[in-house]
Write a protein that binds this ligand. Structure first.
Ligand SMILES: [Zn+2]
Length: 73
């Protein structure tokens, strides 16, 4: 981390944010990046399991296919 970035965290509260643990927005497990994974989503942080579950649901709703190329006239 650069010094300029460290200087942004002047108060103990600010520094706490750096080490603060988050909970999964879905299953509320305490997120530890190395163990549960930690994905930032529109819902908040999520563990990898919930993240991929959500992605799976989204993929079912909005199938991501290979974009069809329009043939030239
Ligand atoms: Zn989760």
């Amino acid at each position: 981390m650069k010094l300029s970035e460290l200087l942004k965290y002047k108060t103990p509260e600010d520094r706490l944010k750096l080490t603060k643990t988050s909970n999964c927005a879905e299953c509320e497990i305490v997120l530890q990046e190395a163990i549960t994974g930690c994905r930032e989503t529109h819902k908040g942080y999520m563990c990898s399991d919930c993240y991929y579950d959500m992605m799976g649901e989204m993929a079912e709703e909005y199938p991501i296919g290979i974009p069809r190329m329009h043939r030239g006239a």
